[in-house]
Design a protein around this ligand. Structure first.
Ligand SMILES: [Zn+2]
Length: 151
């Protein structure tokens, strides 16, 4: 028997961006932290070149995130390179919540990838999950698990 092949699309994340994402998530504790990912298409998927931290303006930032509207608009107007969003789940697994999926329609079309991070075992380690934003046959957006490649 052969090993089942991993068919997940890849997301490339450089060491510096990985560290910046983790730092922003830890600095935001106990609240959810969020930010924008910029980059481009690369072999096998998308490559993250830049992470831009954003203020979370949700009224209840313990369990929600809302990107600061002016900062978000500025990123959208910067043109090419906006590829995705990051936010943290300080108190739960780094998997999409029902609200995350509902919110997708607000961003979809603008973003291709979606990262969620949760505090890990050690002090500055973060557990990071990556997803591709895909539009289903029903017209609704959903998240498909991706393979995060470091480097
Ligand atoms: Zn979430």
């Amino acid at each position: 028997m052969t090993e089942p092949q991993d068919t997940r699309q890849e997301i490339w994340l450089g060491a510096l961006c990985g560290r910046q994402i983790a730092e922003h998530a830890f600095r935001g504790l106990p609240y959810e932290a969020c930010g924008v990912l910029r980059g481009k298409a690369a072999a096998g998927g998308m490559r993250i070149d830049n992470f831009l931290p954003m203020r979370n303006v949700a009224p209840d930032p313990l369990h929600h995130f809302i990107l600061h509207p002016e900062e978000w608009t500025k990123q959208c107007l910067r043109g090419e390179g906006l590829i995705g969003l990051f936010h943290s789940h300080p108190h739960s697994q780094p998997t999409p919540s029902d609200e995350d999926l509902r919110q997708l329609s607000l961003f979809a079309g603008l973003i291709r990838i979606y990262l969620i991070g949760s505090p890990g075992e050690s002090k500055d380690a973060i557990r990071l999950n990556g997803y591709y934003v895909v539009k289903g046959a029903d017209g609704l957006y959903t998240l498909e698990p991706a393979l995060i490649k470091r480097g």
